[in-house]
Design a protein around this ligand. Structure first.
Ligand code: GDP
Ligand code: MG
Length: 295
């Protein structure tokens, strides 16, 4: 059987998490229109008759402004380094720029076969896409190219076939039934963060973390106590909103999705807390699950 580890790499917001969810036909990674939505590597396990492929979604590579960004980049770099196949995801609707040079300089993708996925081709013209491909062809003459519209699942099957061709024969790495390496606590935090991100603008999304204090798994409804962590009192005000309306909506939307995840009713309580400069605090980064660990 064909098996192995395949890393999805690229800038923030190019569609990596959308691709992972489309491959698995299930939402394991949250998706928003904000950059840096994904902050951890997330493994999604794809299976069919003759393969088991572990796709690894990674945080988008960007010039970091805080220690959090450094940790996120390191997660992506190390996943690329140890992959059997790398998929570099490119937003076809954006011209090649300096950010792309930064990414390619820092990424070690020459040790494994490379697929370049030109996503969002629905948002561009053929001649623009061809121009972009010419640049990548010069840089990576050996790589495989594929066009995608991940949000419509266009060409996702072809991507899987292409990856399969490039993978070695190998064992099953994960037991049957397992879809992701992330547990329910991780998923719960991500659901809350997704609802939050979808309601926020500008810099605030980058300054938010979720902390789960307690979950009473056995109670009915399942009781969950969580905090939204921000860096400034002004951000706390934005999240609470006028008359508490914003936090109320976040709570309602999160409760709905968490109940769906667990298959049980849920009673979620959320507090907003200020932890100044948490994105540069090693202990807090650790506590919130954002510390890169080499393995
Ligand atoms: N038009 C279009 N939008 C897409 C496509 N793929 C993803 N998106 C959108 O792009 C945004 C970022 O997607 P996401 O998967 O979170 O990107 P990531 O940061 O690379 O993981 C979301 O709003 C997606 O719905 C695509 O093929 N076409
Ligand atoms: Mg993502």
């Amino acid at each position: 059987m064909k098996s192995g580890f395949v890393t999805l790499l690229g800038h923030p917001n190019v569609g990596k998490s959308t691709i992972l969810n489309a491959i698995l036909n299930k939402k394991v990674a949250i998706v928003t229109d904000k950059s840096q939505t994904t902050r951890n590597t997330i493994k999604g396990i794809y299976r069919d008759e003759d393969s088991q492929i572990i796709f690894i979604d990674t945080p988008g590579i960007h010039k970091p402004h805080a220690q959090l960004g450094v940790e996120m980049n390191n997660m992506a770099f190390s996943s690329a380094h140890s992959a059997d196949v790398n998929i570099l995801v490119v937003d076809s609707s954006r011209p090649y720029g300096v950010g792309d040079d930064f990414l390619l300089e820092h990424l070690d993708i020459n040790s494994a076969p490379l697929v370049i996925a030109f996503n969002k081709i629905d948002l561009t013209r053929i001649d623009k896409a061809e121009e972009l491909k010419k640049i990548y062809r010069q840089k990576f003459p050996q790589s495989e190219f594929i066009d995608l519209v991940a949000s419509e699942k266009f060409n996702i099957d072809s991507l899987i076939e292409l990856v399969k061709k490039l993978l070695p024969e190998g064992p099953e790495y994960y037991p049957e039934g397992e879809i992701t390496d992330k547990d329910n606590v991780f998923q719960i935090k991500e659901i809350i963060r997704e609802k939050l991100l979808k309601m926020l603008r500008d810099e605030v999304p980058h300054c938010v973390a979720i902390y789960v204090h307690n979950i009473e798994w056995e109670s009915e409804p399942v009781e969950i106590i969580a905090s939204i962590i921000v860096e400034k009192a002004s951000q706390k005000g934005i999240i609470i909103g006028a008359n508490g309306r914003t936090i109320k909506t976040i709570r309602e939307r999160s409760t709905h999705d968490i109940a769906k995840l667990l298959g049980k009713p849920v009673d979620l309580s959320i507090e907003v807390k200020v932890r100044e400069n948490w994105r540069n605090d090693d202990n807090l980064l650790q506590a919130y699950g954002y510390k890169y660990k080499a393995n």
